[in-house]
Design a protein around this ligand. Structure first.
Ligand code: A2P
Length: 335
């Protein structure tokens, strides 16, 4: 008989938490008992899992008794405070926030890229930043076969990455704009409807945003290569679900686009959609609910055989968050 696990989802009522519950179900994760945790205001709410209705409980220090795996997605400060209680209770924490990601004794894992790191955990495994996850999937075959020197990425990130309040803000603001009504932004520093905001998270001293620095630092950690030069510009766009990225790479070896397409086609978790004649390429509208990360628009640099541009799209709530976390849990229990 398959062993079953007691799983807790912290932030179960949130945009990512909901997807965690859905993903456990869709992938038939061997759940014995599912515990759904959120803030006091959600306690008593009922959420669906398979054909059960589960009561949401308030997160407390004692929530983790008997829990084997705790999936956290309720914000960095909640992870900081409560993940240690989960670990002390004997659970393995898979944390979707940025709080533990760069800590030396915390593995940062994309299961198709660095699965071996999972087994070095000391109780906490970090799920990388959403934009970083989908990018490193596309970069891994390039690094393995062509040698990866430099990456320049611009992102087009959906509002659902900010959480359910941002989804509401885009809906309300769009309708207010079309009805010529006034709407003061609450979640973002500027209007997001019919606009682009070239700022995700706060600015750092060096002029990059925290999100951009996450992409730079996390890529090096996941790919075990501190020498890869990464430069990122992160932009919030008025899209509900699906992050898109324009990526430019420089490689050690010359690039043959047909070979690279073949490498991507064979790589687990990637789906190649690249047929310019038919106007086929990945788009965020096609990514919603899809587990695979989509790549396309591959073309060699007109000035160099050692450089190419391409386009990567994924469901930010799934591969960028919930799915990657559940895949980490799957690898963890497979050992
Ligand atoms: P709640 O719905 O009760 O506020 P999102 O990222 O979509 O905004 O979701 C954030 C998630 O984190 C929600 O499930 C939210 O629960 C949860 N959360 C926020 N603050 C706390 C807290 N203090 N304790 C537990 N869960 C929290």
């Amino acid at each position: 008989m398959t062993k079953k696990y007691n799983v807790a989802v912290v932030g179960a009522t949130g945009a990512v938490g909901q997807k965690m519950i859905e993903t456990l179900q869709r992938r038939n994760f061997p759940v014995n008992k599912l515990k759904l945790l959120a803030s006091a205001k959600s306690a008593g709410k009922m959420l669906n899992y398979k054909d059960e209705l589960i009561v949401v409980e308030e997160l407390t220090e004692a929530s983790f008794e008997g829990i084997n795996i705790a999936l956290f997605s309720a914000g960095g400060s909640i992870s900081e405070k409560y993940a240690p209680y989960a670990v002390d209770s004997g659970a393995v924490v898979i944390d979707n926030t940025s709080h533990f990601r760069m800590k030396e004794d915390v593995p940062l894992v994309v299961p198709e890229v660095n699965p071996e790191d999972i087994f070095t955990h000391q109780g906490i495994i970090a799920n990388p930043n959403c934009s970083t996850i989908q990018m490193v999937l596309s970069l891994k075959p390039i690094a393995d076969h062509l040698g990866l020197k430099k990456v320049v990425v611009s992102t087009y990130q959906a509002v659902s990455g900010t959480g359910k309040k941002a989804i509401e803000e885009l809906k309300e603001q769009s309708s207010a704009f079309l009805n010529k009504e006034k709407y003061t932004p609450k979640v973002y520093p500027h209007t997001i409807s019919f606009n682009l905001i070239p700022q995700i998270d706060v600015f750092e001293e060096n002029g990059f945003t925290k999100e951009e620095m996450k992409m730079i630092n996390e890529t090096k950690k996941i790919m075990h290569d501190a020498k890869i030069q990464v430069n990122a510009t992160c932009v919030r766009v008025p899209v509900f679900v699906g992050h898109s990225e324009s990526v430019y790479v420089e490689t050690e070896k010359p690039i043959n686009v047909e070979e690279l397409r073949g490498l991507w086609e064979k790589f687990e978790g990637l789906k190649l959609i690249d047929d310019p004649k038919e106007q086929l390429y990945p788009m965020p509208r096609n990514s919603e609910g899809v587990f695979d990360t989509m790549v396309g628009r591959l073309r060699k640099d007109v000035n160099s055989d050692h450089a190419a541009s391409f386009w990567v799209v994924a469901d930010n709530l799934l591969k960028g968050a919930a799915l990657n976390a559940v895949q980490i849990a799957e690898k963890l229990i497979s050992n």
